[in-house]
Design a protein around this ligand. Structure first.
Ligand code: SAM
Length: 201
């Protein structure tokens, strides 16, 4: 059983059932229909939030247990939510397919980080949005969640470079307290990005 399957082996939703604060904050930018992809959906809280707004959402994760809990949460909230058990770094990405891609607290070291971020840019339709939340390298000092290997974490500039090709609507580095379930709690250093793929590239 994987590390994440073990972490999700509890009735409790370890990141809660409400969306991440930034994903809730970008609600005014969300399209009212179309295809969405929530990368590393875990127990589904962010993807299900998008589905509640009328989007046709697929949540991808490599934890079967997380996806099982995501499906239960979607049923409870009365929305359709498609789940795909896959490794983000090895899966197929359709070209120019999604209206929006989201990714919350999923981190990769280079070169996988830039490769994955560029797959996100390619899979967005022209005009499509990417919303991402990532821990900043400073987070290591806080010990309130996220990877312990700094190579997994990028600065705001590094994340924007990895996602080159997007135009930035919001690009922020925040240091403040968060409270997202039992695993991400306390003073934290993180990056919030909302980018739009230009209509003509
Ligand atoms: C910190 S959790 C965040 C879950 C969710 N995004 C949230 O905010 O509630 C990280 C998730 O990334 C998933 N993950 C990490 N690496 C992955 C990969 N290469 N492919 C698919 N899922 C991955 C884990 O299984 C885990 O569910």
């Amino acid at each position: 059983m994987s590390k994440w399957d073990e972490r999700y082996q509890t009735e409790e939703y370890v990141f809660g059932t409400e969306p991440n604060e930034f994903i809730a904050r970008i609600e005014p930018y969300l399209p009212s229909a179309g295809k969405a992809l929530d990368l590393a959906t875990g127990e589904g809280r962010n993807g299900i939030f998008l589905a509640q707004h009328g989007l046709d959402v697929e949540g991808v994760d490599m934890s079967a247990k997380g996806l099982e809990k995501a499906q239960s949460l979607a049923d409870e909230k009365g929305v359709r939510f498609h789940t795909r058990l896959a490794d983000i770094t090895a899966m197929e990405w359709p070209s120019e397919y999604y209206e929006i891609v989201t990714s919350v607290f999923c981190h990769f070291a280079e070169p996988t980080r830039t490769q994955t971020m560029q797959k996100i840019v390619s899979t967005l339709k022209p005009g499509g949005l990417f919303a991402g939340v990532f821990y900043h390298p400073d987070q290591i000092g806080y010990g309130t969640g996220g990877p312990s290997d700094p190579a997994m974490l990028g600065t705001l500039t590094e994340m924007q470079q990895a996602l080159s090709g997007l135009e930035w609507v919001i690009a922020e580095h925040e240091v403040r307290e968060i409270n997202e379930g039992i695993r991400h709690r306390g003073m934290s250093s993180f990056i919030c990005l909302l980018g739009r793929k230009p209509d003509h590239q």
